[in-house]
Design a protein around this ligand. Structure first.
Ligand SMILES: C[S@@+](CC[C@H](N)C(=O)[O-])C[C@H]1O[C@@H](n2cnc3c(N)ncnc32)[C@H](O)[C@@H]1O
Length: 281
């Protein structure tokens, strides 16, 4: 049983169980870095990989079968090997199988009328996310671009940006600073990360500041290492978040208390896809 009068906590479990506890029209905004499988262009899935992971496994450079010998090679630590195996399955972390349509209608329901929604997504999943968000009732507002200071290998132009689908529920409300452009140029986190897809807190702050007032409640259904939660607190907003993987809940709580050390957690959180790829292929 969740006490819905409480805010500033990470529910450690499935977001669908958390949201069941909330009435319609409750949250002031949703800002989320949503889970999806990695699908990148350029490489075939090997027969061996298809046998192991199934023909439905998306084709792409990260989904090539990871050769066991390479995993055993001396410069790969166990944490790297675990990450590499997940990457071989199209995953950067364990729980990225939830389908967009499995959470979008529920997130829509608990949002207030006239509130904004921000969903981070890559180019390959953008179309599906937008289509399913609109089917759930969201209205398209704009496409925002996050330009990073690093590039991920890709045969069809290196990947240097990510996208944010900016949507609304119900009536249209302006953002707080209408002079802002739709491109965020914010450095990515390089090196040890709290989470394989950790996002910069400053990036999440930009969105929260544009679409909420002080003390309002931001929903983050997929907290990871809690970048959105830390951002909400820094902005003087409240938050409610969910995260299914226990180790990330712990990292998030430590970050919120200001006691998380990158050195301690980074290895467990694994390597980023491009780093793994450079090591393996
Ligand atoms: C893209 S990551 C978020 C990373 C985050 N932005 C950060 O900076 O650390 C998405 C997260 O959603 C979590 N997740 C996946 N399915 C979930 C579910 N059904 N309920 C709650 N969390 C879930 C995953 O474990 C993952 O940590």
């Amino acid at each position: 049983m969740v006490d819905i009068s409480k805010t500033n906590f990470i529910y450690c479990g499935d977001v669908r169980d958390l949201l069941k506890e909330y009435p319609d029209n409750f949250f002031d905004c949703v800002v989320s870095d949503v889970p999806y499988k990695i699908i990148t262009g350029g490489a075939r899935v090997t027969e061996e990989a298809q046998e192991k992971y199934g023909k439905t496994d998306p084709s792409g450079i990260f989904n090539r079968m990871v050769c066991n010998d390479r995993l055993k090679s001396k410069w790969l630590k166990q944490g790297d090997a675990d990450s590499a195996l997940l990457v071989a399955e199209g995953k950067l972390f364990q729980h990225c199988d939830i389908k967009f349509e499995e959470w979008l209608p529920e997130v829509y329901r608990v949002l207030k009328d006239g509130s904004h929604a921000y969903f981070m997504v890559n180019s390959r999943n953008l179309n599906e996310l937008q289509t399913k968000a609109e089917a759930a009732g969201f209205k398209f507002m704009n496409l925002l671009v996050w330009v990073k200071n690093n590039k991920t290998p890709n045969k069809y132009y290196m990947q240097q940006c990510e996208f944010v689908l900016f949507l609304r529920k119900g009536f249209a409300k302006n953002i707080n600073d209408m002079g802002k452009g739709n491109v965020f140029i914010i450095p990515n986190i390089i090196g040890t990360k709290f989470h394989p897809t950790e996002k910069p807190v400053e990036l999440m702050q930009e969105m929260i500041l544009q679409s909420t007032q002080p003390n309002e409640i931001v929903l983050e259904p997929f907290a990871g290492s809690a970048a959105t939660c830390v951002a909400a607190v820094k902005c003087g907003r409240r938050f409610v978040a969910a995260e299914i993987e226990e180790r990330f809940c712990k990292i998030g709580e430590d970050r919120l208390q200001g006691i998380a050390e990158r050195k301690k957690y980074g290895i467990q959180a694994g390597l980023e896809a491009d780093q793994i790829q450079q090591k393996l292929f």
